[in-house]
Ligand binder design. Sequence first.
Ligand code: 5AD
Ligand code: SF4
Length: 462
Amino acid sequence: MALLKSDPCRRHTLATRRSNQTHIVEPKKFFIETFGCQMNLHDSEKVAGTLTQMGYVPTDDPSEADLVLLNTCNIREKANQKVFSRLGSLQKSYGTKPGAKVGLLGCMAQMEGVKIFERAPNVDLVVGSSSYSFIPELVEKLEQGSRHVIDVTQDSDRLFETYADSRGNPYKAFVTIMEGCNRFCSFCVVPYTRGRERSRPGDRVLSEIRRLASEGYPEVMLLGQTVNSWRDPAGIIPSFAGLLRQTAAVPGIRRVRFTSPHPSDFHPEIVEVMETTPQVCNQVHLPVQSGSTEVLRRMKRDYTREEYLRRVEFIQSSPCDIALSTDVIVGFPGETQEDFEETLSLLQRVGYDQIFSFKYSARPGTEAFALGDTVPEEEKGRRLAVLQEFQRKIQTQRNEQLVGRELEILVDGKSQKNASELMGRTTQNKIVNFPGSPELLGKFVRVRVSRAFPNSLAGELI
Ligand code: 5AD
Ligand code: SF4
């Protein structure tokens, strides 16, 4: 990841004095590249923070790194393949520093374990997605010359340790509130890679948020695989909605987001919090996966199309104008053209502001693997293209409704469309690009929306 904030003091060469001589010791460098979801991005921040505390400094150039780390994802087969091809390209095209070590972290590391050393013997370190608190010991072993160092422990009382900070964005901070998942959707590897659901104690979540607020972060994003299934292990904060309320009450916190809630645990109380607590953003990412009740049953999603739509109804009936986004899989085993059309009709009915859509990927070890992979690859590709085009129109229409409106945004970076512009996000998580000077970074400003695109808005400062 390119954007790791580090302690600038650590960037300097360390000098140590022994007897009368001064030995200049170059600090060791680490490079870390992240695949996959926001939990992985945040895990990389935790690892970067830990390594920085150990005296390593970050680098964007893998060829000068002493420790090259890939934080892996294996939710789909393609994500898996990408990691091995990246490993190959890193070793070929850059050629790592003499003596440099290579490590795989994350979900693929967790799932494959020691098998990684057989497939890629050059890999020195494997750390599963629940073992980052062991990084100091593991890296020390590497430094002492051990080869094939591994930790894939899933349950340790150090799981929710507070990590030294090294965050990718100076205005928005991720906060882990739970790990793992108990739902075992039939297509999904997460309960195996991330383990069973474990909630982080509420007081520890809140003390991290207080610290972030005191460091000047105005926005926090609460993270968990099924974030709304969070229960305070100490029994003090009564519910996830209660945690949202208490997070919003931390002085200095102006925005709270969360991802991803599971529809079955999505209760009206969460919408009530949005209505009564302005800091809690008007945005819900509610993964549906399919619009067909029959496919949902085989996916083991625990809800029918109608039950999902009932949740959408109470979200959309709120006066807060809550933006909705979702995840969709096309080509699940046995998905017929009619099933697929039900997904399209659900998209039409809900009018999502954004979707993330994927071709089904059969994953060994999951329940659906036994169902085969019955929808041909070409047909999955066709359905995905139809779905994305269908949604593009919905999104454009949704965004066009905002033209002429005045919206508040948190300015959080340079525009990706035009380097001379800035970008910010609205409470609904809409991206607004606008001309403005860099001193607005990190500020809340008001803009008037001038144009709409499928994935962003253009605006002018008011
Ligand atoms: N194939 C395709 N997509 C998948 N996802 C999870 N597992 C698979 C799979 N086997 C998608 C789901 C999930 C998102 C993070 O990834 O839509 O919500
Ligand atoms: Fe995977 Fe289902 Fe858990 Fe989401 S709820 S992480 S899709 S098993």
